[in-house]
Design a protein around this ligand. Structure first.
Ligand SMILES: *Cc1c(COP(=O)(O)O)cnc(C)c1O
Length: 383
């Protein structure tokens, strides 16, 4: 069967290959510690689960949900934005419920990108920005995130003709995979650039609540952001709800409308019982403090062990990732392969997030701290 050109233009899905390699090692009987995939191991807080149990009994939730989501869910999103960021949103026109934020990120280019349009993407970055751009026929243009610049893009390095052709820009802070946090100034600069060049700004804030210092900013805090931007949020990482599939997009009403048009033609809304559980999560902020405490403790354990082993690892101020340079003279795939084959530790090679991720690996703090201690000890043997 011949695949369509658009699928053949996609880079191979990194995590699929990693999973295969891991499965081979497990099949050989190796005791593998998986720091590869960023999927919280903690359970969804019980008030959210309890609310779901009640909601699932109600027949009115068993029917097709609306595309944009229940008004009550969108109101809960608006309340949360007001409380958390001081941002006012109109729940009617400026909020849309999503079947996880990946759904919205994946569909957005289909609404706004024509073949040949440039889409600015962070490199390294969450692979969905590139994939969704290619599926929509767009041309991804990488914005390097370099350690020397705090893993922030340097907008002044983007050529003018590229900016002229750019239709969309993806940003993501707190950042996966680098764990960097953006100052409000970066968002201000981005909004200015978006206005000047007619670019739609798309900020992915999936990790806004996974922080250990100052609470990260929302792009929507910037004056005028709503004229040019959409921000994606997810309940997945904040409330350990990755399997539930619930997230939201907020911001410019016309961008939200475009996204809704695509949804109307391709999928449906999120299960209403899940939206009710989402209301519970946002209003109650259940378990969020505990979630941060757990990741902070794990972060400190892993950073301590990595440094003790001789790695140069900075302590992240947000996200549940540690992004650190591989030993001198090795590349990220070679080092991750050694880590898996020689000591049974799964790390994600940085190059899988884009060419500028080369030289780094990412470790996810989504396993108990005893495993992180053990992983640190094992990695010591291959420095
Ligand atoms: C996990 C993740 C998401 C998507 O999460 P959903 O479960 O689809 O809401 C989005 N962006 C980044 C950067 C992520 O790491």
């Amino acid at each position: 069967m011949e695949l369509a050109d658009r699928l053949r233009r996609l880079p191979p899905y990194l995590f699929a290959r990693l999973d295969e390699a891991k499965e081979r090692q497990v099949a050989r009987g190796m005791d593998v510690i998986d720091l590869g995939v960023g999927d919280p191991d903690l359970p969804t807080p019980s008030p959210i689960v309890e609310r779901m149990k009640r909601a699932v009994e109600r027949p009115e939730h068993h029917r097709y949900p609306t595309y944009e989501g229940m008004f009550a869910f969108r109101e809960a999103v608006a309340r949360w934005y007001k409380r958390r960021f001081g941002v006012e949103l109109d729940p009617e026109s400026e909020v849309i419920a999503l079947i996880g934020s990946k759904e919205g990120i994946g569909h957005l280019p289909m609404a706004f990108v024509n073949p040949g349009d440039v889409v600015l993407i962070p490199d390294p970055g969450y692979p969905v920005y590139r994939g969704a751009t290619i599926l929509a026929g767009g041309e991804p243009y990488p914005m390097p995130l370099r350690a020397g610049n705090g893993f922030l893009p340097d907008f002044s390095a983007i050529p003018r003709d590229v900016l002229d052709k750019a239709r969309l820009m993806f940003l993501n802070y707190p950042n996966n995979p680098t764990a960097a946090v953006a100052p409000l100034g970066l968002f201000e600069e981005a909004v200015g650039l978006a206005k000047e060049y007619g670019i739609i700004l798309c900020h992915d804030a999936a990790y806004s609540e996974v922080y250990f210092g100052e609470p990260p900013h929302s792009l929507m805090e910037v004056e005028g952001a709503k004229e040019v931007a959409i921000e994606f949020h997810s309940l997945s990482k904040t409330f350990n709800m990755t399997g539930w599939r619930i997230g939201m997009g907020v911001g410019n009403a016309r961008i939200i409308q475009g996204l809704k048009r695509v949804k109307t033609n391709i999928d449906s809304g999120a299960f209403q019982a899940v939206q009710e559980a989402g209301i519970e999560a946002l209003d109650g902020e259940h378990g969020v403090e505990e979630m941060r405490r757990v990741y902070r403790e794990r972060r400190d354990v892993l950073i301590d062990r990595l440094r003790g082993a001789g790695f140069r690892a900075d302590s992240p101020q947000a996200t549940f990732y540690v992004w650190f340079p591989v030993p001198e003279g090795q590349d990220s795939v070679a080092f991750a392969t050694r880590a898996l084959q020689e000591v049974g530790v799964v790390l994600t090679p940085g190059v899988g997030f884009g060419p500028h991720g080369e030289g780094y690996v990412r470790a996810a703090l989504t396993v108990p701290k005893e495993y992180l201690e053990e992983a640190g000890e094992r990695l010591r043997r291959i420095v």
